[in-house]
Design a protein around this ligand. Structure first.
Ligand code: FMN
Length: 179
């Protein structure tokens, strides 16, 4: 599809396995009108950037201070999570620290993004720009294998987003809301 593809929607609760089973929290947005609005978006894993309302979502930087998030790198899966055999399609977005921050998934790092989810995070509007495709969704022999692949997705996404051509998307949050 011609990237960027813009998706937005209120953050909704997923099946709740993200943080518990995988240690990879995801923010989900509704997928109801996806096939209508974006028939070109096939099932699979993508990367992009997310703009969050700074009032409702904050994250800690390596300096330890809590600063407002503007545009952050993300990986997402659009589909049925064959490992879990979902019957409805979902859009599950894993938001990563800014590219200027250490990668949470790089080798040797104990990886968790330190996000402070404010109580009203659910229902806040999430703006997503999909910038590229990574791979199809797979089934896995184990949870560990699934998690390992998602970690690779994170690295692929971060490396890709460092490209010069993506700079504009990472600094200008106006692009995200269509302004
Ligand atoms: N699920 C799969 O079954 N196969 C996949 O290949 C797959 N790839 C994913 C890639 C990324 C980048 C992300 C964020 C998720 C992926 N998932 C995949 C989905 C996870 O299984 C899902 O996010 C997890 O089950 C948590 O979902 P829940 O919070 O709705 O319970």
């Amino acid at each position: 599809p011609p990237y960027p593809v813009r998706l937005s929607g209120p953050v909704i609760k997923g099946f709740g396995r993200g943080s518990k089973d995988l240690g990879i929290p995801t923010a989900n947005i509704p997928a109801d009108d996806l096939s209508e609005k974006h028939p070109e978006l096939t099932t699979g894993v993508y990367y992009g950037v997310v703009a969050l309302d700074p009032k409702t979502y904050q994250h800690e930087t390596s300096e330890g201070s809590t600063s407002t998030a503007v545009v952050l790198p993300a990986v997402l899966s659009i589909g049925y999570n064959p490992f879990y055999k979902n019957t409805v399609r979902s859009v599950e977005i894993h938001i990563m620290p800014a590219l200027t921050e250490p990668s949470p998934t790089a080798a040797g790092q104990e990886g968790q993004t330190k996000f402070n989810r404010l109580p009203d995070f659910y229902k806040t509007k999430l703006n997503l720009l999909i910038l590229g495709y990574i791979r199809p969704e797979f089934d896995y022999v184990s949870l560990e294998a699934l998690v390992e692949d998602i970690r690779v997705d994170c690295e692929v996404a971060r490396e890709s987003l460092l490209r010069e051509a993506y700079k504009c998307y990472l600094v200008d949050s106006g692009k995200m809301s269509g302004k």
